[in-house]
Design a protein around this ligand. Structure first.
Ligand code: HEM
Length: 391
């Protein structure tokens, strides 16, 4: 019954937003509107960029860390841990706090292009370099549901055999974490993150945990707007989805967002048969039975701290203002998904399992440091493991 109510809420919300946006934009879309709205004052302008409490003008490539946020982020980790435990029976064991349902675990190659702009030759992006890569496809919720459930999809990439210190160890120095020889990139099939900060997202987490997301979505119309198009869109072949980073990260001294899109501009299509309980895994396997899965890996650069804010991942970085730059190809050759399932279930993909050149940025990413740690620790009682064995 709750599920049916949720569909009604989402449908009503979409109608409401369609009507509202056709009459009056929800947020400034033009320079002219920006000026009018920003005429309200610096703090208002900063608020739109997710950092309303900052009194000074925002600067390029700069984070704004609130002094009280760390305690809040640690508490969020403990809440997620509690949810994981409470869902044990439903999920058939302790699973990830989000992205619990694994849709496929793939092995392949991440090939950096031979030619990329010199200022972007940072960290892992050295021209011509190639890495073994693992991909974990997932559904976003922290509970295992049938594929007909409205939900975002995730793709986490793990580039293997990368030596050197990783941020996860330096940022959580007192934890008993193993050394890592990998670098992770996490993405979802939504162009922007659903909420402007981690507090709102945790409100969503509570609503999802209580099985009552409708009121949350109506209270947060921008979250609904950002999610509606992606979660209600029909996916015929999971391998033909695009995935976005949501948040920003470093690329050397500069700031980027990253995303992957199917190679050669291949387009998604609607399912040609009924969406069964495990439709997305089946569609991925069907694709991998007949041909490789291939993605183009792009970055977008921060060129203006208000148009491409770091602290508010709900803001879309417009292609017209910061065009995507092709950096690498990700290829998963034909393979049997069942072979790698246990591997991906066991290991941790973590936005902070990365090198300093690609540090995650912004409040939501700072929260993820503690939240993913708690979730990983809870499900890996024998110890967090960043790297697959034998690599
Ligand atoms: C405050 C915001 C967020 C919270 C609370 C959150 C929470 C979580 C948790 C608890 C996990 C499971 C971690 C584990 O046990 O390994 C997870 C996994 C994941 N998250 Fe988030 N997340 C947030 C933001 C994001 C963003 C911005 C993205 C990217 C757009 C993202 C994409 C993913 C993906 C792809 C996974 C699955 C990783 C895997 O396959 O192991 N999350 N998230």
């Amino acid at each position: 019954m709750k599920k049916a109510t949720e569909y009604v809420y989402v449908a009503a919300g979409v109608l409401f937003l369609t009507f509202q946006t056709s009459c009056q934009p929800l947020r400034p879309e033009t320079e002219e509107n920006d000026v009018k709205l920003f005429g309200l004052g610096l703090n208002e302008k900063n608020k739109l960029a997710g950092a309303g409490w900052i009194k000074e003008p925002l600067q390029l490539d700069r984070e704004y860390v609130s002094p009280e946020e760390k305690a809040r982020h640690e508490e969020f980790g403990e809440i997620i841990r509690r949810y994981q435990i409470e869902r044990t029976q439903h999920n058939g064991g302790i699973k990830r706090g989000f992205h619990a349902k694994q849709l496929g675990c793939t092995l392949g190659r991440f090939q950096v292009l031979d030619q990329i702009p010199s200022e972007l030759q940072q960290g892992i992006f050295m021209p011509g370099t190639s890495y073994e890569v693992m991909g974990r496809f997932s559904s976003g919720l922290g509970t295992i549901e049938k594929d007909a459930e409205l939900d975002v999809k995730g793709l986490a990439l793990k580039l293997l055999n990368i030596e050197g210190p990783k941020l996860i160890q330096s940022k959580l120095p007192n934890e008993n974490l193993p050394n890592s020889r990998s670098v992770d990139f996490t993405m979802t099939n939504v162009p922007t993150f659903g909420t402007k900060n981690s507090t709102d997202f945790m409100e969503f987490a509570k609503a999802a945990h209580d099985g009552n997301k409708g009121p949350f979505l109506l209270k947060h119309p921008i979250a609904l707007q950002r999610l509606a198009g992606s979660v209600t869109r029909k996916i015929g072949d999971l391998a033909l989805e695009s995935f976005w980073s949501g948040g920003a990260s470093r690329i050397g001294p500069k700031t980027m967002k990253f995303r992957v899109a199917p190679c050669d501009g291949r387009k998604q299509f609607s399912p040609t048969r009924k969406v069964t309980e495990n439709y997305y895994r089946e569609s991925l396997q069907e694709h991998l039975n007949s041909e490789s899965v291939c993605y183009d890996f792009y970055v977008q650069m921060q060129l203006d701290p208000y148009k491409q804010p770091i602290e508010n991942p709900q803001e879309f970085w417009k292609e017209s203002e910061t065009p995507s730059i092709l950096m690498a190809k990700v290829t998963f050759d034909k393979q049997d998904l069942a072979k790698n399932d246990a591997l991906c279930e066991r290991i941790t993909f973590h936005p902070w399992n990365t090198i300093a050149a690609h540090q995650p940025l912004g409040e939501v990413n700072r929260a993820r440091l503690f939240i993913y740690h708690a979730s990983s620790e809870e499900r890996s009682k024998s110890g967090i493991q960043f790297d697959p064995p034998n690599f």
